[in-house]
Ligand binder design. Structure first.
Ligand code: T5A
Ligand code: NA
Length: 212
C-alpha cells in the first residue's frame, strides 16, 4: 500500500521580469506542462490579483484613473499579497503546485524605481511564503517594447522599464534565480523552463515551505 507516500507538497514557482518579457505566456505554458505532461495538480495565480477590493484600487491606479502616494500604493500592492497568504499555503500544503505571475520582487522593483529605499520596500514582504523557483525572464528593454500592446498601462515607458530591469538585476537577483533569455521563440523559452522544472521537482518537494 503506497498511498501514504503519494501526498507531496506543491511547489511555488514564480515568474518575474519587466513588462512584456513574456511572463504570462510562460506561466500558462508551464502550468500546462505540470498538469498535462507531469499529471500533477496545478493552479496559476497572478499579482496584482485585481479581483479583490484592494486589487480593484490597484487596477484603477494602473489604468491611470487615480493618483496615490508612492508608499501608500506600495503597501496596497503588498497587502494584495498578504491577503492571499493563507490560500497560497493551503494550496501548497494540499499538494497543488502554483505557478505565479509576479510577486514580492515586482513589488520592490516598481516602487524602488521611483527612488524609494529597497530595504524599506522589501520589509513589507518579510514573512510571506517564499517561492521555490524564481524564473527571471530577461531581454533588452528595446526589444520588449516592440512586443504587442506595449504602452497602454501606467508603467510602460521605456526609461522607467530600464530602471526596473536594473533594480531586478543589480539589487534583487539571487544566485538561486534561473535567469532565462526571454528573447527567443515561446517554444525555446518554455523548453528550457520545463527542463529546469523537471530536473528540480523531486528535490524541492522534500524541502519545507520557506518564508521571505
Ligand atoms: N506591479 C505589480 C507593481 O507595481 N507592484 C507589484 O507589487 C506588482 C505585483 C501590472 C503592473 O503592476 C506592476 C507591474 C506592472 O506594471 P501585469 O498585470 O503583470 O502587471 O502586467 P501585464 O501588462 O499583464 O504583463 P506584462 O506587461 O508584464 O507582460 P508579460 O506577462 O511579461 O508578457 P506576455 O506573456 O503578456 O507577453 C507580452 C506580448 O509578447 C508576446 C505575447 O504574445 C504578447 O503579445 N510574446 C512573445 N513574442 C515573441 N516571442 C516570445 N517569446 C513571446 N512571449 C510573449
Ligand atoms: Na502579464
Amino acid at each position: 500500500d503506497n498511498r501514504m507516500n503519494i501526498m507531496k507538497r506543491g511547489l511555488f514557482i514564480l515568474f518575474e521580469g519587466a513588462d512584456r518579457v513574456g511572463k504570462s505566456t510562460q506561466v500558462q505554458s508551464l502550468t500546462n506542462h505540470i498538469s498535462n505532461s507531469r499529471n500533477l495538480p496545478t493552479k496559476s495565480l497572478r499579482f496584482p490579483d485585481r479581483t479583490t477590493p484592494i486589487g480593484q484600487i490597484l487596477n484603477q491606479y494602473l489604468q491611470n484613473a487615480t493618483n496615490m502616494d508612492d508608499r501608500a500604493l506600495h503597501l496596497l500592492f503588498s497587502s494584495n499579497r498578504w491577503e492571499a497568504k493563507d490560500s497560497i499555503l493551503e494550496l501548497l500544503n494540499s499538494g497543488t503546485n502554483i505557478v505565479v505571475d509576479r510577486y514580492s520582487y515586482s513589488g520592490v522593483a516598481y516602487t524602488a524605481a521611483k527612488g524609494i529605499d529597497v530595504d524599506w520596500c522589501y520589509s513589507c514582504e518579510k514573512g510571506l511564503p517564499e517561492p521555490d523557483i524564481v524564473f527571471y525572464l530577461s531581454m533588452s528593454t528595446e526589444d520588449a517594447t516592440k512586443r504587442g500592446d506595449y504602452g497602454g498601462e501606467r508603467y510602460e515607458k521605456v526609461e522607467f522599464q530600464m530602471k526596473i530591469k536594473q533594480i531586478y538585476e543589480e539589487k534583487l537577483k539571487r544566485p538561486s534565480w534561473k535567469v532565462i533569455n526571454a528573447n527567443r521563440t515561446v517554444e525555446e523559452v518554455s523548453n528550457e523552463i520545463n527542463q529546469i522544472f523537471d530536473s528540480e521537482l523531486e528535490s524541492l518537494q522534500k524541502k519545507p515551505i520557506g518564508t521571505l
